[in-house]
Every structure is written in structure tokens, then in C-alpha cells.
Design a protein around this ligand. Structure first.
Ligand code: PMP
Length: 402
């Protein structure tokens, strides 16, 4: 069949993290060990399978017939209420349950918001670097994705203003411990972003899947907390707090906007599984979820500190790394001119240590990117220590002692 794919589908590519993992796996000898720093996944050690099983069983026992039925497109109302309470406990002021809808992970929330706003050729502004699946979601739906630079305290405000002035449908940001940068946007910049959104009528899509995984420094208000005009769409997810397989995320926005998104959700996934929503509702009703999340933070925090310490000890002075306050990733930058794709390929093939090259996260000048993303939560403490030593040795070799 001569398939006539849309232009955007023809150019879509597979993820680089999978490519590096496959290279490492293919070159693995019998006595070799693969240490995966390329992954985008949380650690399986923190998944509370027994806890989840208890609530899945509840769901099946409590009301099996009803829960096997189709549910409301915007989600199971008691869960919408539980999530509203959950985010309000951390500083948000979501007024009504109708201001929150349930999605299949936050990746679906990104897709739905894009579908609601973006026609082919419309501009969407993203940070450089930014979350690769968000970039792809915008591009697949026909957006022209415009990049604005990042600084240590978040997006470059002057560049953002220039981009917004030219007109855009959305500004997408991950203000807490961004994927891949690990950067956190300062409170001043969050306020400035909100004011620019109002000035230029460009809504902010605030993606916060990692915000609760904070290991140091104080919480900074969400951009959504400033919002009195419906300028901010806030999304988050259970993937890093419970497990990715539950595939539950949520979106907070004015009811007026949610009412526009619901018909899109109706024809895309027709609502999220009622069984899983019921199980999560029960779980949120019966437990202090912030206590559960603290258990994850206790594990991840140690891994972050270890990886940073080993990077400081083993990486050449010409190599820099970000110092995230939370989340799952450290962004490592090699000297200008380094071919980062080649470095990551060789690390995968020779060391069996896949790392994700940064190019795919950058919408402007991806070929000039000399950074790569390390996942610091997935591997054990021993493998982090050993793996970073090996990568450090290889860097010295690769950079010829610099
Ligand atoms: N946003 C960001 C910034 C992410 O890193 C991820 C997952 N890695 C997602 C959204 C999507 O997560 P999910 O669909 O599992 O909620």
C-alpha cells in the first residue's frame, strides 16, 4: 500500500534514549553489565505494588459492574475532588472540581491542549531544552515550535517577550526540575511569565510532573497560583508519584476551557478507565499521599547526591553539570564543538552505558548542542558510582585530557 501519511507523520522520529539503549544492548558481551543513564523512567524500587494492588482489589470488589462501564469524559468526580484537594494542600487554589479533569497521563493533557489551540502553522513557544514528547506533540499537530533560551533560574524573559510579541498559541514550560535540564524557574521569573502571558494573550501550559519530588530548597509557587484570568493551564501526573502504568494525569484550567477540551477527549480516548480512577480515589481518600511521596524522595535524594558527588570527582573540569533541586535528571554539558551524538553512541557501544544526547530536546540549533541527559534515579547506588567513574574516564580519553 502506498500510504499517504501527513507531512508531520512522515518526519516523526523514534526517541534517542531508546536508540542508545539498543546500541548498548546489542554490543553487550556475556560478562558485561549495562548501566542505563539514558532512561526516562522512574526507579521500579519505589513502585508500591502491594499498596496499588490493595486499591485495585477494592475497585473490583466494591462496584465491579458499575466500574466496568464507560465513565464521564472529564473523569470520575470523586477523584477530581481528591486531586483538587491534593494540589490545594500544596498551595494551589483550585476553586471547583469542574476546574480539573482527568487524563491518560500528562502526555495526553499536552495532546488535548494542543488539539484545542493549535492549527497547522501556529506557533508554540518552548524552552531550549524542553521535554521531547511535548515538542513532538506540538509538531505532530502542525505547530511551528519556537525555542527560547534557558538560564540557571529558568527561561530567558527577554527572549520570551520577543517570541510572545510575534504571536503564539501557547508557551509550554516545565518550571520544576525540568526534563531534561533539571532547572527550576525562580519565583520572579514565574511572576514575569504570568504577566507576559496576560500582556500578549499567550496562555501558559505549566507542566509539573516532578514538582513533588523536591530534595532541597524551598517550594516555589506554581505559575498557576498567580492566575486570576484563566491564563495558565496546569498539568501533572501520577506517573512519578505512583507508577507510570496507572496512566493517570490531570489538567487544571478554567471550566470554560475544560468544556472545550471535553469533546476532544470524548473522541480520542472516551474518558480514563473507571477502575483505575476509583482505585486512586480510594487511595487518596485513605492515605496521606505526601507521606507516601516522601518515601520516594528519600530514595531519590541519596541517588542525586551520589551522582553529583561522583560527577564532581570524576568528570574533567571542562564538563559542567546542572544541580537540580529535585526530579530525575542531571544535564551535563561537554565543551563547545563536542559531537554529543557520537560521544553517547560510543559510551553505549564501548561502556554499555547509554546516555541520552541532548540534541532532540533542543528546537533551536540542535546540531550545536553539546549536552546530554543523565537519569539519576533508575540505577542502584553501586551502579551509579561505578557508571559515573567509567563515563568520567571515557570523557578524559575522548577530550584528550582536557
Ligand atoms: N511531562 C514531562 C516533563 C515528562 O518528563 C513526562 C514523562 N517523562 C511527561 C510529561 C509525561 O508523563 P505521563 O504521560 O506519564 O504522565
Amino acid at each position: 500500500m502506498n500510504y499517504q501519511f501527513r507531512k508531520e507523520v512522515q518526519v516523526a522520529q523514534k526517541a534517542a534514549m531508546g536508540e542508545m539503549y539498543n546500541l548498548a544492548k546489542e554490543s553487550l558481551g556475556v560478562n558485561d553489565k549495562l548501566i542505563n543513564f539514558a532512561s526516562g523512567h522512574p526507579s521500579t524500587d519505589v513502585f508500591q505494588d502491594k499498596f496499588l494492588k490493595k486499591y485495585m482489589n477494592f475497585a473490583l470488589e466494591d462496584g465491579a459492574k458499575e466500574l466496568l462501564q464507560y465513565g464521564a469524559h472529564a473523569g470520575y468526580m470523586p477523584l477530581r475532588h481528591s486531586f483538587r484537594r491534593f494540589v490545594n494542600e500544596k498551595g494551589m487554589t483550585v476553586k471547583e472540581d469542574d476546574d480539573l479533569m482527568i487524563t491518560y497521563g500528562s502526555v495526553e493533557a499536552i495532546f488535548l491542549v494542543t488539539a484545542a489551540f493549535v492549527s497547522r502553522g501556529d506557533k508554540v513557544i518552548v524552552e531550549v531544552p524542553s521535554y521531547v514528547n511535548a515538542i513532538k506533540s506540538f509538531q505532530l499537530q502542525g505547530a511551528e515550535v519556537v525555542g527560547v533560551g534557558m538560564e540557571e533560574d529558568g527561561v530567558n524573559i527577554e527572549e520570551l517577550e520577543r517570541a510572545m510579541k510575534e504571536g503564539a498559541k501557547l508557551f509550554y514550560t516545565v518550571p520544576n526540575f525540568g526534563n531534561p535540564s533539571g532547572i527550576t524557574m525562580s519565583a520572579e521569573k514565574r511572576r514575569a511569565v504570568y504577566e507576559l502571558a496576560l500582556k500578549y494573550n499567550v496562555p501558559v501550559l505549566e507542566d509539573n510532573p516532578y514538582g513533588d519530588l523536591r530534595y532541597r530548597n524551598d517550594r516555589i509557587p506554581h505559575i498557576k497560583e498567580f492566575d486570576e484570568e484563566g491564563a495558565v493551564i496546569y498539568i501533572s501526573s501520577m506517573s512519578k508519584l505512583i507508577a507510570p502504568a496507572v496512566r493517570v494525569g490531570f489538567l487544571v484550567a478554567d471550566k470554560e476551557l475544560i468544556d472545550r477540551i471535553i469533546p476532544i477527549k470524548a473522541v480520542s480516548t472516551n474518558g480514563v478507565s473507571s477502575i483505575i480512577q476509583y482505585a486512586l480515589w480510594k487511595m487518596f481518600e485513605e492515605n496521606d499521599m505526601y507521606e507516601q511521596i516522601q518515601k520516594i524522595c528519600d530514595v531519590y535524594e541519596k541517588k542525586l547526591y551520589l551522582m553529583e558527588e561522583k560527577m564532581d570527582e570524576c568528570f574533567p573540569a571542562s564538563v559542567a553539570h546542572s544541580t537540580p533541586d529535585g526530579g530525575m535528571y542531571i544535564w551535563v554539558t561537554m565543551p563547545d564543538g563536542t559531537d554529543i551524538q557520537k560521544f553517547c553512541r560510543e559510551s553505549a557501544i564501548r561502556l554499555h552505558i547509554p546516555i541520552t544526547p541532548g540534541n532532540g530536546f533542543c528546537v533551536t540549533e540542535p546540531e550545536k548542542c553539546t549536552s546530554m541527559r543523565f537519569n539519576f534515579v533508575k540505577e542502584s547506588m553501586e551502579d551509579i558510582a561505578y557508571g559515573i567513574e567509567k563515563v568520567g574516564e571515557f570523557m578524559r580519553d575522548y577530550l584528550g585530557g582536557y
